[in-house]
Design a protein around this ligand. Structure first.
Ligand code: PLP
Length: 395
C-alpha cells in the first residue's frame, strides 16, 4: 500500500541524499577516457583533499567502505605483519577480520564498546614492542555501531610517545564531513572513508588518503593486490583519469557535495552535527534510557546508540516504529544485537528533521510499550533553543 509523506531514513548511513546531489548524479554518463572527463576527475581528486584536509593524494575507488579497508591493508603491509587494532565496536571487529583473512597478525586491545580507543593503552602496548614488529595501528574514528569517537590526534601522540614507527591507519567512514578530521595535521598515514555518510552521496565510493610514509611503505609491501593497487591509480590520477571505469555519476555527485560542504563551511557542518548529537542525548536521558557511549566527551554527533531497558527487544521496537511511523532506525550489531537501536543524525540534516526523528522514536516507544518517560522531544527542543544554529541570526 502507498504510504503518504516521506520516509525517514534515520540509520547512521547511508544518509538521505539531497536533491541537489541527486540532480548532479542524474546527468548523462560520459566517456571516462574522453577529453571532458579530465575536468570531472581532476575536480573530484582535488576537491576531496580539502575534506580530508590533506595535500597528499586521495585514492577514489568504485567500492563500498569495506573495499577501502582492504585497500589500506594490502597496499602497505606484508604477509605475517603484526597489526594493532582497538576494539571500539562492530566495525573495528570487522576490520580486524579482514586483516586476519589477509594473513596479517592482527591483535586487539579489548574494549567495552562504550567509548573510543584509549591512547594510553595504545602507548603502553606499543612501548612493549621493543623490536618494532608492529607495522600498523588501526583505529576507527567514529564507531558507527556504538556512537563513540576516538581521539585521533591523541593517538598520534601516543604512537610518537612510544617512539614507534608503525603506520597509523584510521577509518573515518562515518566521521568524514560530519566530525572534525585532519589527515595531515594529525599525522595519519592512511585514512579510509566512504561516500554514503557525511558526504551525502549514495553508497559506492570509498577513499584512501595516503601520506608520503604510506606511499613509501607501498613500494615494499608484498601483500597481493591488483584492483586496489595505489600505484596503478596514482599515474592516471595525475591527469584526472582512472586505470579502470570509475563511478562517473557518483563523481558528479561528489563534486556537488564538496561544493555544498564548503558553502556551508566545514566548521559549521561539524558544529551542526555536535549540536544535534547533544539534543538527541538530552532526549534519550529524558526518556530515562541510557546512551551506549559512556565516555564523556567521546559521544558522536553522527549517531546516538540507545540501550533498551532490560527485557525489551530493540528490533521489535524498530519494527514497530517503521510500521507505524515510516522511520528506519539503525539496529544493534553483533555484541549488542537487539539490545541497542541507533538514531542517525548525519548528513543533510536540520533541526526540524531531528525533532521529527525524535518524535518518531518517542511515539514508537509508546506504541511498542517500552517503558520510558515522555518529554524527550521537549528536552531536545530546549537544547536546540538554547544553542542557536550557526548562520541563524540571534534575536
Ligand atoms: N567502517 C565504518 C565505521 C562503518 O560505519 C562502515 C559501514 O557502515 C564500514 C566501515 C563498512 O563500510 P561499507 O558498509 O560501505 O562497506
Amino acid at each position: 500500500m502507498r504510504r503518504a509523506g516521506r520516509h525517514f531514513l534515520q540509520i547512521p548511513g547511508p544518509s538521505a541524499v539531497p536533491e541537489q546531489i541527486l540532480q548532479a548524479i542524474s546527468r548523462q554518463t560520459i566517456d571516462h577516457r574522453g577529453p571532458d572527463f579530465a575536468k570531472v576527475g581532476q575536480r573530484a581528486l582535488s576537491g576531496i583533499k580539502t575534506i580530508f584536509k590533506t595535500v597528499q593524494p586521495v585514492i577514489i575507488y568504485p567500492s563500498s567502505g569495506t573495499g577501502g579497508w582492504e585497500a589500506a591493508l594490502v597496499n602497505s603491509l606484508s604477509p605475517g605483519d603484526r597489526v594493532l587494532m582497538f576494539e571500539t565496536g562492530h566495525f573495528a571487529t570487522l576490520w580486524k577480520k579482514i586483516a586476519e583473512k589477509l594473513e596479517l597478525r592482527a591483535e586487539f586491545i579489548e574494549g567495552d564498546w562504550r567509548g573510543g580507543a584509549d591512547p594510553d593503552r595504545i602507548e603502553a602496548y606499543l612501548a612493549e614492542d621493543k623490536s618494532q614488529e608492529i607495522k600498523a595501528v588501526c583505529v576507527v574514528h567514529n564507531e558507527t555501531s556504538t556512537g563513540s569517537v576516538s581521539p585521533i590526534a591523541a593517538i598520534r601522540k601516543a604512537i610518537d610517545n612510544a617512539g614507534h614507527s608503525a603506520l597509523f591507519m584510521v577509518d573515518t567512514i562515518s566521521g568524514l564531513a560530519s566530525l572534525d578530521y585532519r589527515h595531515d595535521e594529525w599525522g595519519v598515514d592512511v585514512t579510509v572513508s566512504g561516500s554514503q555518510k557525511g558526504l551525502m552521496l549514495p553508497p559506492g565510493l570509498s577513499f584512501n588518503a595516503i601520506s608520503e610514509k604510506a606511499q613509501a611503505a607501498n613500494t615494499k609491501a608484498t601483500l597481493k593486490r591488483s584492483y586496489w593497487d595505489w600505484a596503478d591509480m596514482l599515474g592516471p590520477n595525475k591527469s584526472g583519469y582512472f586505470p579502470y571505469t570509475p563511478a562517473t555519476n557518483l563523481l558528479y555527485g561528489l563534486n556537488e557535495a564538496v561544493d555544498m560542504l564548503h558553502e556551508e563551511g566545514l566548521d559549521n557542518v561539524f558544529a551542526r552535527h555536535a549540536r544535534h548529537g547533544q539534543a538527541a542525548r538530552a532526549a534519550v536521558r529524558a526518556w530515562g534510557l541510557d546512551v551506549l557511549c559512556a565516555t564523556q566527551g567521546q559521544e558522536s554527533g553522527v549517531l546516538t546508540a540507545v540501550l533498551m531497558p532490560e527485557g525489551h527487544s530493540a528490533d521489535k521496537f524498530r519494527a514497530t516504529a517503521l510500521e507505524h511511523f515510516d522511520i528506519s532506525l539503525g539496529n544493534g550489531l553483533s555484541k549488542v544485537a537487539d539490545r541497542v537501536f541507533r538514531i542517525g543524525h548525519l548528513g543533510d540534516f536540520n533541526d526540524l528533521m531531528l525533532v521529527a526523528t525524535l518524535a518518531g522514536v518517542e511515539m514508537g516507544l509508546t506504541k511498542a510499550k517500552v517503558p520510558h518517560n515522555c518529554g524527550g522531544v521537549t528536552a531536545a527542543m530546549e537544547i536546540l533553543d538554547r544553542t542557536p544554529s550557526v548562520g541563524v541570526a540571534a534575536k
